[in-house]
Design a protein around this ligand. Structure first.
Ligand SMILES: Cc1cc2nc3c(=O)[nH]c(=O)nc-3n(C[C@H](O)[C@H](O)[C@H](O)COP(=O)(O)OP(=O)(O)OC[C@H]3O[C@@H](n4cnc5c(N)ncnc54)[C@H](O)[C@@H]3O)c2cc1C
Length: 318
């Protein structure tokens, strides 16, 4: 394991040689040589300064929110992991403009509860979509009818070059499960439009959405949620990614402790001590089976982090 460059002092709020698996929903990850858990924009700036001093290239750096949509290669370590703390979660409301400025570390279920308490309509669709608001903006997370950017006016943050920038919705042009933000931006503040609604109805809808998932998703096991985006466009068969994998006969396919769920074929679950290689082998098996059976090249939604290009070469369209 390489020690951090000598001339670069690790910021006080950071730890060294930290395991990453506990920071992910699927419980798979390598180690961070330096882990910064940011509770404020100042902490993010400290991490940016540290990276610059240590001269760390892109493939040595990971930004994490809740870790709910990542598969991190556990066969290596990483020079710097910057995680936004759940405590980076303040909400400031500008009553006149009907805008809420929300710190990006806030955990989405907490945001849903807080929005319901304040009688804000719209946020309830995020019930059951785990992770941070920053991650939801980066991924444009959502459900069939609504995505995060439908509520978001702008995202602000710090670039790895040390600049503070603001990206309006019209500039980002978010699309299905893509926030389309600049790759070097760490989102720290999300500006949302808020509109009033009936608090009881909002609570009820959030509860209904969260509990409806218990029947359709394998929530007993760690996972990263959907593995592939649902296909669209000319080559699409009209089937969801899960239906395509199911019809290719891969439900229950297992490598080591990673398995394609019997309940929802687009979920790959960690049955115990799955390695990143086990999980990637399941992703590959699903991809190749769907390509061979249906001629559809699925696109991963899960962020595959830290793998050598050869390991991902089976994803022909990347
Ligand atoms: C059980 C389960 C169910 C799920 N259901 C859904 C669903 O219905 N719909 C859906 O869309 N998703 C779903 N997901 C996936 C996941 O919840 C979302 O993608 C979520 O928005 C990820 O947020 P996160 O903070 O955990 O991001 P992470 O997993 O930490 O990161 C995801 C990506 O966003 C980047 N990122 C994170 N934070 C920031 C930041 N502050 N600034 C810049 N980049 C950042 C990371 O670098 C990474 O590339 C599900 C996941 C699970 C485990």
């Amino acid at each position: 394991m390489t020690a951090p460059a000598r001339e670069t002092r690790v910021p006080a709020a950071c730890s060294v040689d930290a395991p990453l698996a506990p920071l992910t929903h699927c419980r798979i990850g390598g180690r961070a040589r330096v882990l910064c858990v940011a509770e404020s924009e100042d902490d993010v700036r400290e991490a940016v300064r540290y990276r610059r001093g240590a001269g760390l290239p892109d493939d040595e750096v990971i930004v994490l929110g809740g870790g709910a949509n990542v598969l991190i290669n556990d066969a290596r370590d990483y020079g710097l992991v910057l995680k936004l703390s759940e405590r980076f979660n303040a909400i400031e409301v500008e009553e006149e403009s009907g805008v809420a400025r929300i710190e990006a570390g806030i955990y989405t279920p907490r945001l849903v509860r807080e929005a319901a308490r304040r009688g804000w309509d719209g946020f309830q669709f995020l019930a059951g979509v785990p992770g941070s608001l920053g991650g939801a903006v980066a991924m444009n997370a959502g459900v069939r009818e609504l995505s995060t950017w439908d509520l978001v006016r702008a995202a602000e943050g710090i670039t790895w070059g040390g600049r503070r920038i603001r990206v309006e919705r019209e500039e980002a042009r978010p699309s299905y499960r893509r926030g389309n933000l600049p790759a070097d931006l760490v989102v720290t503040i999300v500006e949302c439009d808020v509109r009033g609604g009936d608090a009881d109805a909002i609570h009820a809808k959030a509860r209904e959405l969260a509990s409806s998932r218990k029947d359709t998703q394998p929530l007993r096991w760690p996972s990263w949620g959907s593995t592939f985006r649902n296909p669209s466009g000319a080559s699409s068969t009209g089937m969801t990614a899960g239906a395509l994998i199911d019809s290719a006969g891969l439900k229950g396919y297992r490598v080591g402790d990673a398995a394609i769920s019997d309940l929802h074929a687009n979920f790959i679950v960690n049955l115990g001590r799955a390695s990143a290689a086990d999980a990637l082998a399941c992703i590959r098996a699903a991809y190749e089976a769907v390509r061979d059976r249906h001629g559809v090249r699925l696109e991963p939604e899960v962020q595959l982090i830290g793998f050598p290009p050869d390991d991902l070469a089976f994803l022909e369209d990347r």
